[in-house]
Design a binder for this molecule. Structure first.
Ligand code: NAP
Length: 252
C-alpha cells in the first residue's frame, strides 16, 4: 500500500527529505511551498505552491486528498503555517525542525526574542552590520539609522521606508566558512545580526563571526512550533517507515 504524504517545505531539510522519499514506492509525496522565493529549490516530487487558507483550508486539503501524514518541515520562524499544521493535522502530524545553534565559549552572542529587540541591541555607535534575517524582516532596522547595513538576501527585498545606509548582496546558501570570513573582512563587518535557524546550511556565518571575534545578535526561534519535533531527516524517515508498516498491517 502507498502512504500519501504532504511536506510543508521551504527549507534545505525539507528538500532533503523529499529527495529521500522520491522514488520510494511506499510513499506518494507532495511538496508544498508558500511561494515566497522567486526561484525556489524544488525536489523531484509533485509540487504545489501557495497558502491553503489557514488551518481550515489545510484541514480540507488533507481530507479531500486523503493525506495519511503531514510533515511540517518549514523554517522554525514560520509560525503561522506551523500553527495551522498543528490545528489541522492532529495525530497525522510529524514535525521536522532542526535544533537551534548553541554558543561556545568563544562566541560573543546576544540572544533576543524578537527582531525589534535585535534592532535595539545594535551597538550605540555607528557600525557596519551584516544583516541576514530574510527580506521580509527588515522593517525594525529602518528605525536604527546611522549604521551601515550589508543586507544578504535570496531575492532582492523591498526596502522599508526610512532605511538608509545599506547595500544588498543577493545570494543563496549554503555558504562556506572561507567565503564568509572573506565577505566579513571585505565589508569590514563589525556585527552580525541573524535568526537562530539551526542546521548546517547557514552555520558558516556563525563560525566566521567566531573566527573573527565579532559580536552576533541572534533572534531565538519561537518554541511552540518545535515542540515534539524530530531534528533529522533520518529520524523522520524511521518514523515514516514505522507508520507505513502499521498502516499496512491494519489494511490486511
Ligand atoms: P508563515 O508566516 O508561517 O506563513 C504565512 C502563510 O504562508 C501561512 O499562513 C500559509 O498560508 C502560507 N505558507 C507558509 N508556508 C507554507 C508552505 N510550506 N506551503 C503552503 N503555504 C505556506 O511563514 P513565513 O515566515 O512567511 O515563511 C513562508 C515560507 O518560507 C515557509 O514555508 C518557510 O518554511 C519558508 N522560510 C521562512 C523563513 C523565515 O525566516 N520565516 C526563512 C526561510 C524559509 P495559509 O494560511 O493561507 O495556508
Amino acid at each position: 500500500m502507498t502512504m500519501k504524504l504532504l511536506i510543508l517545505g521551504g527549507t534545505a531539510q525539507a528538500v532533503q527529505l523529499a529527495e529521500r522519499l522520491a522514488g520510494d514506492a511506499r510513499f506518494a509525496v507532495t511538496y508544498s511551498l508558500a511561494g515566497r522565493t522567486e526561484t525556489p529549490r524544488l525536489p523531484p516530487v509533485p509540487t504545489r505552491i501557495g497558502g491553503f487558507g489557514g488551518a481550515e483550508g489545510l484541514s480540507t486539503y488533507l481530507r479531500e486528498r486523503a493525506i495519511d501524514v503531514l510533515i511540517d518541515a518549514t523554517h522554525p520562524f514560520a509560525e503561522r503555517i506551523s500553527a495551522s499544521a498543528r490545528a489541522a493535522a492532529g495525530e497525522l502530524l510529524i514535525v521536522l525542525h532542526r535544533q537551534k545553534w548553541l554558543p561556545t565559549q568563544e562566541d560573543r552572542w546576544t540572544e533576543v526574542a524578537t527582531l525589534e529587540a535585535a534592532a535595539s541591541a545594535l551597538p550605540a555607535s555607528p557600525s557596519r552590520v551584516l544583516l541576514t534575517v530574510g527580506r521580509q524582516s527588515l522593517v525594525p532596522f529602518a528605525t536604527r539609522a546611522g549604521h551601515h547595513y550589508v543586507i544578504r538576501v535570496i531575492d532582492p527585498p523591498v526596502i522599508p521606508p526610512g532605511m538608509t545606509g545599506f547595500e544588498i548582496l543577493v545570494g543563496r546558501g549554503p555558504f562556506l566558512l572561507a567565503g564568509e570570513i572573506a565577505l566579513m573582512r571585505q565589508h569590514q563587518i563589525e556585527c552580525l545580526v541573524t535568526k537562530n535557524s539551526g542546521g548546517e546550511a547557514a552555520f558558516a556565518k556563525i563560525e566566521a563571526a567566531r573566527a573573527l571575534g565579532l559580536p552576533v545578535i541572534l533572534v531565538t526561534p519561537p518554541q511552540a512550533s518545535s515542540a515534539g519535533a524530530f531534528i533529522s531527516v533520518e529520524d523522520v524517515m524511521s518514523e515514516l517507515v514505522r507508520r507505513h508498516e502499521s498502516l499496512a498491517k491494519r489494511s490486511v
